[in-house]
Ligand binder design. Sequence first.
Ligand SMILES: C[S@@+](CC[C@H](N)C(=O)[O-])C[C@H]1O[C@@H](n2cnc3c(N)ncnc32)[C@H](O)[C@@H]1O
Length: 268
Amino acid sequence: MTELSSGIDTSRPHPARVYDYFLGGRTNFAADRQMANRILATAPKAQLTARENRAFLSRAVRYLVAEAGIRQFLDIGTGLPTASNVHEVAQAIDPTARVVYVDNDPLVLAHARALLTSAPQGRTDYIQADLRDPAAILESDAVREVLDLSQPVALIIVAVLHFIDDEHQPGAALTTLLDALAPGSCLAASHVTGEYNRTGGTLAVRMYRTCGVPLRLRDADEFAELAFRGLDLVPPGVVPVSDWRPEDGGSRLTADEVNCYGGVARKP
Ligand SMILES: C[S@@+](CC[C@H](N)C(=O)[O-])C[C@H]1O[C@@H](n2cnc3c(N)ncnc32)[C@H](O)[C@@H]1O
């Protein structure tokens, strides 16, 4: 059986499930594992990239709650629920933290219940929506009811911008979202790069595009300009995700092993 009751086809590889496989999750099928292993044959560090990206997400959320004092999160491009979802990381520090999750993929919606297990003092909600339509996100009942936009919000757009082609104007979408947020709000973002492995990058782009996913790799400068223009970058700035405030004595990985940049910045 390849068609789940939700209408989701398991016979074709799916990027969210490929990412889940790289993270060591269980929401993946033979077709996903096959594609993951083909990517690994040319880009052997792809699994490391996924895991380091996910670890960056956790560290960024801990920073945002514990050091930046933020209690509200808008996490766009949530992905399949896995270990250390944003509300779990944030609510481990402050159980009153509130999170709105957003993804445009019906597969994530089918699994979203795991994202809605908020601590009783906090709140979470999930909407299916697209980063390319930021007005729909801002006008959603979930955002209106769960978040207070007069107070700082952390916008989390981690490992998503590389799925948006230039022609769909990801920069304009970010501007619309950030314009709606109060001063002191933050953006945490990460982005896969082909800067250190052009061959592997080209193959990954081709493979994702065969699944209908427009992968667009960007170098460090392009990512910094796209995501953080006009914002105050929190030290250490835009760096390989493993070098962003590593918690246990520093990263021992090099940029060409990680192939993913990350950063956090504050809206003045
Ligand atoms: C690689 S996963 C990242 C998951 C999580 N943010 C993390 O870093 O662990 C990318 C997610 O972004 C979602 N996504 C891609 N393009 C999107 C768009 N235009 N709007 C909303 N979500 C999108 C995909 O469906 C997928 O679930």
